[in-house]
Write a protein that binds this ligand. Structure first.
Ligand code: UDP
Length: 152
């Protein structure tokens, strides 16, 4: 399994509801490595670019209003298979269909307030990391307990 990086964002509902520590903890406890972290209120144009694939969808305007309405915690996490694994930790887009134990399954009810975003593939992860972060904002580092996380 290749080491990858993925883009994760706690949406304004997650920040406003005080869920940042809970969500960060789930990724930390899983064993992934945090390589970038910042809080910002994104511009409408940043959100429009991020969700460009949904531009023609009826929920697009509301989604842009929502994401640009308040602070977002933007993160980059690194690890073996982190892109697909983060999507599993996050759970289904519709929180009522998300399995208990997942972030959306445990912490959300409404699709328009589903707390968190995670890249869905290698190409989107690369695009989203470049959109939200400068290269100098990302750290390459080795956790002190690396040998206890992975065999090699
Ligand atoms: N969304 C929404 N209404 C919908 C579908 C999607 O508000 O009917 C929002 C929701 O916040 C979702 C985001 O648009 O997380 C992106 O949708 P996507 O299908 O890419 O889901 P995700 O990758 O976030 O699970």
């Amino acid at each position: 399994m290749a080491t990858e990086r993925t883009f994760i964002a706690i949406k304004p509902d997650g920040v406003q509801r005080g869920l940042v520590g809970e969500i960060l903890g789930r990724f930390e406890r899983k064993g992934f490595k945090l390589v970038g972290l910042k809080q910002l209120t994104p511009s409408r144009s940043l959100v429009e670019e991020h969700y460009g694939v949904h531009r023609e969808r009826p929920f697009f305007a509301g989604l842009v209003d929502f994401l640009s309405s308040g602070p977002v915690v933007a993160m980059v996490w690194e690890g073996d298979g982190v892109i697909a694994s983060a999507r599993k930790l996050i759970g289904a887009t519709k929180p009522l269909e998300a399995e208990p134990g997942t972030i959306r399954g445990d912490l959300a009810v409404n699709i328009g307030r589903n707390v968190i975003h995670g890249s869905d593939a290698a190409e989107t992860a690369e695009f989203e990391i470049g959109l939200w972060f400068q290269a100098a904002e990302l750290s390459s580092w080795t956790p002190a307990d690396q040998g206890w996380r992975t065999e090699s």
